[in-house]
Design a protein around this ligand. Sequence first.
Ligand code: SF4
Length: 535
Amino acid sequence: MSELVLLGDEAVALGALHAGLSGAYGYPGTPSSEILEYLINEAEKTGSIRATWSSNEKTAYEEALGTSFAGKRAIVTMKHVGLNVAADPFMNSALLKINGGLVIVVADDPGMHSSQGEQDSRFFADFAKVPCFEPTNQQEAYEMTREAFDLSEKWKVPVLIRMVTRLAHSRAVITPWDKIRPQNPVKKTEETRGWRLLPAIAQKLWTDLLETNKEFNAYSESTPFNKLTINPDYKKVGIITTGLGKNYFEENLADMGVKPSHLHIGFYPAPVEKIRKLAESVDKILVIEEGYPFLETKLRGILPQNIAIEGKLDSKVPMTGELDPDVVRPALGLEKIATKKVEGLPGRPPQLCQGCPHVDTYEALNLAVKDYPQHIVASDIGCYSLGALPPYNAIETIICMGASIGTAQGAAEAGLKPAVAVIGDSTFYHSGLTGLVNAVAANAPITLIILDNSTVAMTGGQTTILPSSKLYNLVVGLGADPEHVKTIVPIKKNLEENAAIIKKEMEYEGLSVILSVRECLEEAKRRIKREALKK
Ligand code: SF4
């Protein structure tokens, strides 16, 4: 098969297709979205697989799990914080007897380019006691995906692949395999006992998982993804790299003038024997890993106290932010390369697009709350988070998907008045529904504003799980009083009228919901283009 130039995310998607994938599920989230976009495109083109966005990462994971129970191979994709949402089925599925291969791809965002945290998904794999791959480049991302499916079916466990932004969003040439594996037929196992986490069964499954972990350890020592090279003539330092850390180390090798002993780890659980062998050959160890000091912390339990370990914990390598070849140079005993700072460039903070409907909602909201010094506006994750910045300064909290509703309710119960929650339509479907039910149950004195722009705008305009036409009935169906469910159209000429509606509902001593409905401008442009192409 001829070479292809692919994003890291696309390499994972192609690897899954070539491994005989049948079902792909996920929720958009930078930097993971391109995996499922590639597979949805394939599904639309060929109809050979099922690939779709789900309402959130948890439902995506559960759909993938169901596909696996049917004997077919499934992949589920999300960003790192998405795994928090899918953590319940993920953690529990580690105990289940997986049928068709189940691979979960989680894209971490070191440096928080587009995220609210830097969390490192390797901890989740370790926590669940399932295998984890961490690719170094696009070719490995492709190959590890097939390997992950093989191991999932062999060991009957889900396998996690940890991507990071720099790999997910950069392109390189990959060489695909000659042979593409066919999909599994639908085949339920005869014994479904391993799918029922009743305490007595779960106790046995947990013991089984711990037993299978011995096989993960043996694989970890033998796989070429964990490669140890010893230089018997240089003992000063041995390097351990994981994921992209390898590239940053190797880019500096020429300047080091020596090739230290090196262990690269691309599969976890980490290869304990290889780590010990490296430690026996050198005076100290330096760990270069992207994310938290996950491996470095593990080393303290693997190696004797007298072995010096350098890395993030002693600040030889920065604890926060993304690594790059220059950042790791001091840890390798090299001077940083002086880069020339370009003076006088204006700052370019992120902004809502010109003409964005959120701007008009925020202007109306600011007008409505301006006379209430004890007000609070809790918000959520999406383009509209930018409403926290000048010139709007319209929202005060941003925590995690769906948090705005409960936060506003808690603040209202504690005495802040009026309490407003602002959430996007997709975020509402993702994690706001239970918050609304909670508020309905208490008839909480909050005003919930749902910004319905008909798309998942921040991650590139994916389709929302439900169209706008369903939103009103959903809100009322969940128990909101129709008398206090209002719809506004956020455009300039409606400013005063919209502010008056918001103000009136804020003064109501119970739950009110305002649907602020106008299509995202960028999505409107894309839609018009699509419609023109159809003509
Ligand atoms: S992409 Fe859409 S929703 Fe996001 S800022 Fe631009 S116009 Fe607004």
